[in-house]
Structures are given as structure tokens and as C-alpha cells.
Design a protein. Structure first.
Length: 242
């Protein structure tokens, strides 16, 4: 009889242990609440009708192991800088490496100057992503060749946080087309040279984010000179010219 009682106690203890292990901890609950609050704020925001001179954006860039997140390529660094209108806030920046379980090719290391030893002590994807979300909150995002950033952000948010990536990302080409409707996609360094922006430390995520921000500022000022006051006006104009 005593053996039977002891058996049930052991089973009960294991069940309770497994149950509590499966429950989200306090940190996870706080992260979930924070992400829900960001999603709520984004739904309430209407960036299209904010005056361009007051528009708050976060310009960001990713360095990755390749081009195809659906095939397993991963983010290895994130860089970002905040802007209000054409004011670039170089004191409000973000940068982190991201731990990767993939071996880095010599080509990627040569391109980014990031090596496996650098990533060995980097934050895991979940922690790096939460740090990034805490920096950007619900602000509008801007990127050069934004489809690349969007694909990776959707994948890492789904994999690491089990939620959707809902932030709107505006591509720099959105404003560039106002001045050159037929301009094809060009590398960041070419666009910088076109705008008279010095190219330095290329393929470092924060440096690329700052250069992209300067490109955004250049074309935002041109948009205002052309009489555009809101993003909605830009959207409507570009829709007309196709």
C-alpha cells in the first residue's frame, strides 16, 4: 500500500513539474504583452496622414547569411537609426549581432567583417529581436531594398517569437520614384553616390542604416520641395503614374 502511495506521489510530482515547465514564465508573459501593445498602437496609427516633416521612422538594415530565409538563411546583425522628418538622430541608434547556428561562408565574412567567433557570444535571435522591437516600438520602418528585410523579419519573428511581423516597411524607392519614376533598383552605394552621400563601412548594418537614412532624407526634402506634405499624397501620385 505504501509503495502504491509513493508511486502516485512520484507521478503527481512529475506531472506538476512538467505542467509548470510548459507554462510561459513571467518574462515571456511580459514580452507577449509588449508585442500586443505594439500591434495595438500600429493599428491606431495613421502614418499616411502625418506631415512629412513630423513623420517618425526607424531606418534599418540587416546583414544575413544569404538571401533566402525560406531556405534557412539567417540574420547575423541588425542596425537602425531614428528619424523625425528629415532630422537624422545619429545619437538614437541600435546595433546588435545575432547568434547563428549556421557556419559563415568566407564570402559573407569578407563582405560583412563578421566572423563565427563574433557570433558565439551574440544574443540569440529571440533576445536580439526583442531588443530591436523595444527600440523601434510602433514606428514606421524604412529600408533600402525592403523586400529583403521584410522577408527575413517575417521569418525570424515567426520562428523566434511565434507571432506575426506587422510593421509596415517603406522602401527608399518609394520616394526616389518621385524624382526618377523609371529608376530601377540600384545598390545602396550607387544611390548614395547619386545623392552625394559618402559611402563608408559598407555592409555593416548600422553604417548601411545611416547611409540609407541619409538617402531617405535627401529624397524626403525633394518631395517636400515638390509640394508633397503627406505620405498619402505620395502614394496617390505614384499610383497615377503606375
Amino acid at each position: 500500500m505504501n509503495d502504491m502511495i509513493q508511486f502516485f506521489r512520484q507521478i503527481s510530482g512529475r506531472a506538476n513539474s512538467n505542467l509548470f515547465a510548459s507554462l510561459p514564465n513571467q518574462s515571456s508573459l511580459q514580452q507577449m504583452a509588449f508585442l500586443r501593445e505594439i500591434q495595438r498602437e500600429m493599428k491606431e496609427k495613421n502614418s499616411l496622414d502625418v506631415p512629412l516633416k513630423e513623420l517618425r521612422v526607424v531606418v534599418f538594415d540587416l546583414e544575413t547569411t544569404g538571401f533566402y530565409p525560406e531556405k534557412g538563411d539567417q540574420i547575423i546583425s541588425i542596425g537602425a537609426v531614428k528619424m523625425t522628418g528629415s532630422q537624422l538622430k545619429e545619437q538614437e541608434t541600435f546595433y546588435t549581432l545575432v547568434k547563428s547556428n549556421l557556419p559563415l561562408s568566407s564570402e559573407i565574412s569578407a563582405l560583412t567583417n563578421i566572423y563565427e567567433k563574433d557570433l558565439s557570444t551574440a544574443p540569440i535571435a529571440k533576445d536580439a529581436l526583442m531588443q530591436f522591437f523595444q527600440f523601434i516600438k510602433s514606428d514606421l520602418l524604412v529600408a533600402h531594398h525592403a523586400s529583403h528585410e521584410q522577408a527575413f523579419m517575417k521569418r525570424i519573428t515567426s520562428d523566434a517569437l511565434r507571432t506575426r511581423f506587422d510593421h509596415r516597411i517603406v522602401d527608399t524607392s518609394f520616394l526616389i520614384r518621385l524624382s526618377n519614376p523609371y529608376m530601377k533598383s540600384a545598390p545602396l552605394e550607387e544611390v548614395c553616390e547619386e545623392c552625394g552621400i559618402e559611402v563608408e563601412n559598407r555592409h555593416h548594418a548600422l553604417s548601411d542604416a545611416i547611409m540609407t537614412a541619409k538617402v531617405w532624407r535627401h529624397y524626403l526634402q525633394l518631395a517636400e520641395e515638390k509640394g508633397f506634405r503627406y505620405l498619402r499624397q505620395v502614394y496617390e501620385h505614384l499610383a497615377k503614374i503606375g
